[in-house]
Design a protein around this ligand. Structure first.
Ligand SMILES: C[S@@+](CC[C@H](N)C(=O)[O-])C[C@H]1O[C@@H](n2cnc3c(N)ncnc32)[C@H](O)[C@@H]1O
Length: 279
């Protein structure tokens, strides 16, 4: 079923009037793509979808979760993690404490990846890790740290690429067994993060559209990947301001591979490798 711009507008206005969610500044392209999929999956027309949203609160919640795509993986895009390992995290070595925020952390694989890398670099103990997302369900999964093996099996190669392999020929070589950080149970089809990693991060629901910095904290590193890609230019700039205002000088911002700072905030950062460093 083809979805028109007026259907998208009606969806955004209806959701806004009935809930705390505001998709006014999400990109039209991504809303169109997601809504078309929802119509197809539930065999609905734009009008019957709106009616269902108005009359069925659980359908509204479900739709919101489908709009805010939660796809993620361990050590997603290994080259970014190589930049962190070789270019960025070593410069934090002398800080007394490292504060790291992952807005839009989804089910937590990105946070576990960060903790594993920090631990191998001897930096985990002095790090404070914060994870937020608009979707409370994904945060619950992050808190438990249990994932389907068959969906995550392929990503073990990312672990190898970032932790075990040594692409830049530095002196360190980490010959690390997976069991140091998680337990793979193929019979039960799960990957279970070790308890020591579960206790470290602090999670909180936060909506980047409307909520302020969720913690009383200034960050040395903000990892916000594959989130602003769903936002329009104005909302992206609002989010960059939130990050900038809450970062320490010399603090770093990591975005997704298809995301960049193009507007007025570009001049406030230097780009080092694939990472934005606050001037
Ligand atoms: C595609 S996932 C990215 C997960 C992870 N950062 C990664 O790169 O693998 C996008 C996440 O952003 C969250 N999100 C979408 N809109 C948001 C908003 N307004 N505020 C906070 N989180 C949001 C979604 O719930 C989802 O978990």
């Amino acid at each position: 079923m083809e979805i028109e711009n007026q259907d998208i507008l009606a969806f955004v206005n209806t959701v806004k009037s009935l809930s705390e969610y505001d998709f006014t500044q999400y990109s039209d392209k991504s809303l169109k793509r997601r809504l078309s999929k929802i119509l197809l999956d539930h065999d609905l027309s734009p009008a019957t979808m709106l009616e269902k949203i108005r009359t069925d609160a659980s359908f509204l919640e479900k739709t919101v979760k489908e709009i805010t795509v939660s796809t993620t993986e361990m050590f997603r895009d290994p080259p970014i993690w190589h930049s962190l390992r070789y270019d960025i995290l070593p410069s934090f070595q002398n800080l007394p404490q490292i504060s790291i925020w992952h807005p839009g952390c989804s089910t937590g694989q990105e946070i576990f990846s960060m903790m594993i890398l920090l631990n191998e670099m001897g930096l985990l103990q002095k790090s404070r890790i914060f994870g937020t997302d608009i979707n409370e369900d994904v945060l619950d999964t992050a808190r438990t740290g249990v994932y389907k093996y068959r969906f995550n099996e392929g990503y073990l190669a990312n672990f190898d690429a970032v932790i075990r392999e040594n692409p830049r020929d530095s002196n360190t070589y980490f010959d690390v067994p997976y069991s140091k950080y998680f337990h793979v149970d193929k019979t039960r089809d799960n990957i279970r993060m070790n308890k020591t990693l579960l206790d470290k991060p602090v999670y909180k629901k936060q909506d980047l559209v409307r909520d302020p910095n969720p913690f009383d904290e200034k960050y040395d590193l903000i990892v916000c990947r594959n989130v602003i890609i769903y936002f329009n230019y104005e909302l992206q700039n609002k989010v960059f301001k939130l990050f900038l205002d809450n970062m320490n000088q010399g603090g770093c911002l990591v975005l997704g591979v298809h995301e960049s700072i193009l507007g007025p905030f570009a001049s406030r950062f230097d780009k080092k490798s694939q990472v934005y460093v606050k001037k």
